[in-house]
Design a protein around this ligand. Structure first.
Ligand code: NAP
Length: 253
């Protein structure tokens, strides 16, 4: 029987590559994002290119009622989800005090609350079946002091590492994926140009996702694709925070 993956944020960037590469591996898909028209177009292309079944589930993950519909889909044991990819996310244009507290809360709802609630729902059915997987898209920012976005991604890493250990004996594999700067719509949506970080630091989303899936196949708990970001992740453990703070503006306006 074919397996099913639920991917949040599959209409652009990293999530789109996950949807493509999982469909190429024969996964049926459930796609979750806000823009319904774009979801339908993405689903039609995936069906045509890979011959897999694709369901669309329009939802704004900042909204608890929409989120509850996605949780209900994950809890439906008659149509089990084998792999959950918590990918949807965004950064805020301004610095902390330039943003409203509501905008900061909306970011936390997507980067933290949705990841927690969807993983909670997925684990209910996956542990019952004794199999399943969760990939939480975090960031290299999790290792660096770069404001509330970093703090949220540090939560994703901590949560994923703990949950991987806790639920491995019950058949569920969990991995945090920590991309560095990746060519997607993420920075455009923040009005940040690619010139704000040196060229060698920009990753291609296709390669990032194929490396991530290969790390997941190997059972890695934290995946940091590409040598330059592996070096940054290692250095962040050795360099004092006061020094790391000096680099916090790279890749920002
Ligand atoms: N690109 C990078 O440099 C980079 C680096 C490290 C980590 N990341 C992380 O990678 C993940 C994917 O980012 P990306 O770069 O691929 O971004 P992207 O190209 O901007 O794509 C974001 C996706 O998430 C969906 N989305 C955004 N807000 C949503 C909401 N409130 N509810 C439901 N879906 C929502 C978008 O669709 P709709 O707009 O239709 O909802 C879209 O499908 C994020 O978690 C991000 O933090 C990115």
């Amino acid at each position: 029987m074919s397996k099913t993956a639920l991917v949040t944020g599959p209409t652009a960037g990293i999530g789109h590559c996950f949807a493509e590469q999982l469909a190429a591996r024969g996964y049926d898909l459930v796609l979750v994002a806000r823009d319904e028209e774009r979801l339908e177009k993405t689903a039609a292309a995936l069906r045509a290119d890979h011959g897999v079944e694709v369901e669309v589930l329009p939802a704004d993950l900042t909204d608890r009622e929409s989120l509850a519909r996605v949780e209900a889909r994950l809890l439906d044991s008659s149509r089990p989800i084998d792999l959950l990819v918590n990918n949807a996310g965004f950064g805020l244009k301004g610095r902390f005090l330039d943003n409203s507290a509501d905008a900061e809360t909306a970011m936390l709802e997507v980067l933290v609350v949705a990841v927690m609630r969807l993983t909670h729902a997925a684990l209910r059915t996956m542990t019952e079946r004794g199999e399943g997987g969760v990939i939480n898209v975090s960031s290299v920012a999790a290792f660096l002091p770069r404001g509330t976005y970093s703090a949220a991604k540090a939560w994703v890493n901590s949560f994923s590492e703990w949950a991987a250990n806790e639920y491995r004996p019950r058949g569920v594999r969990i991995m945090a994926l920590c991309p560095g700067f990746t060519k997607t719509e993420f920075h455009e949506r923040m009005d940040v140009s690619r010139g704000s970080a040196p060229g060698f630091m920009w990753l291609e989303a296709e390669r990032l996702v194929s490396d991530a899936l290969s790390d997941f196949d190997k059972g890695k708990v934290v995946s940091v694709p590409s040598p330059q970001y592996k070096a940054i992740a290692t250095a962040s453990r050795l360099v004092p925070n006061s020094l790391l703070q000096r680099f916090q503006s790279v890749g920002r306006k």
